[in-house]
Design a protein around this ligand. Structure first.
Ligand code: TRP
Length: 331
């Protein structure tokens, strides 16, 4: 049997190039070597999203994203977290094996506490328990399926460490019940620059969307920040945000030719932006159509998610039974 790879796409809005290169594309490639499970952690989003209709839509968007980019729901398992009640059962059990101090040290929680302190507010102001125990729910997502590898961005590394820590604590008590997962972090695409050169992120407002209409892709591409070198000036390709994105989409020959042109002089940033835009269109135009068609057919998406949940629960239920037996509750 193939080892299990599991990855969650948090429903936070339409995907951008940073999501695509950092997480979506590497995840899509997993289906070859692993039994791949892809899911939408909608209950994680509930720690912040406060509008039911919006959460539902965001979940559809995330599902449509995976499928438009090429996941075949007949071959892989794609499901919605909230369709798997065992996740919550396991989350409670795991929370009894999670040191509170471990969660106190979680970066995501600490960042909000630090903000509160800096602003002179009470330290737990605006922090709900769901946000505090977010890493435990994530551990349950992972451990419920006996996942061997979990591809994530660098920002999730600590969550994976917490998952492993909790699983080891559990196994120390009951023997080898849970599979200890490995994080799979792809160094080379870790940070994709946004149009201002900082890491591409929705919170920096510097993203290039992948499924937006062409004019909404062209606009941010045109705004990619460059220095003021003239076309004839030699340039360092490693020091150019356009090139940093282009290299992930063009083929090796095209990248080599561009690199030479940067170094020799003769490259105009405006023309390079236009080329990047055309390359993005060539890469995503068909996928955008598919994405939009899927979003217009929520019933079809529901069917896909239901089928996925059924397959996912078939993997989860023997593992859950083992855990219940180990701790001594009703099986
Ligand atoms: N916390 C992840 C994120 O913000 C989403 C997530 C939830 C996840 N559960 C997971 C990712 C399990 C991988 C495995 O991106």
């Amino acid at each position: 049997m193939k080892p299990i790879a599991l990855t969650g796409l948090k429903p936070t809005g339409p995907p951008h190039i940073g999501n695509y290169l950092g997480m979506l594309k590497p995840s899509l490639e997993l289906a070859e070597k692993f039994q791949a499970l892809y899911f939408i952690p909608d209950y994680h989003a509930l720690t912040t999203v406060r509008d039911g209709k919006e959460l539902e839509n965001l979940t559809y968007q995330a599902t449509a994203t995976w499928i438009a980019l090429g996941l075949n729901p007949d071959e892989v398992i794609i499901y919605r977290q909230s369709d798997i009640p065992e996740v919550f059962e396991l989350a409670w059990i795991l929370s009894c094996f999670t040191a509170k101090g471990l969660l106190n040290r979680s970066h995501a929680y600490k960042a909000i506490v630090d903000d509160n302190i800096a602003a002179g507010r009470e330290e737990d102001k605006n922090i709900n328990i769901g946000l505090f125990t977010y890493p435990v729910l994530m551990a349950a997502d992972i451990l419920l399926f006996g996942s061997h590898v979990v591809p994530v961005g660098l920002d999730q590394q600590q969550h994976l460490e917490i998952t492993r820590d909790v699983a080891l604590t559990f196994n120390n008590t009951y023997g080898d019940v849970l599979t200890i997962p490995e994080a799979l972090i792809r160094e080379e695409v870790m940070t994709i620059p946004g149009i201002d050169g900082r890491k591409m992120s929705k919170s920096y407002n510097n993203v290039i969307p992948i499924f937006a209409p062409p004019n909404q892709v062209l606009k941010p591409v045109k705004r990619i920040v460059t220095d003021s070198k003239r076309p004839e000036d030699p340039k360092d390709p490693e020091d150019c945000h356009i090139f940093a994105i282009y290299r992930h989409f063009a083929n090796a020959d095209a990248v080599a030719a561009k690199r030479a042109l940067y170094l020799e002089g003769g490259l105009a940033y405006g023309a390079m932006k236009q080329e990047l835009f055309e390359l993005l269109e060539a890469t995503f135009a068909d996928k955008r159509d598919r994405y939009n068609a899927l979003l217009n057919d929520p019933d079809a998406l529901d069917k896909i998610l239901e089928k996925g949940a059924e397959k996912a629960r078939a993997i989860a239920s023997p593992i859950m039974a083992k855990v219940r037996k180990a701790v001594g509750v009703s099986i």
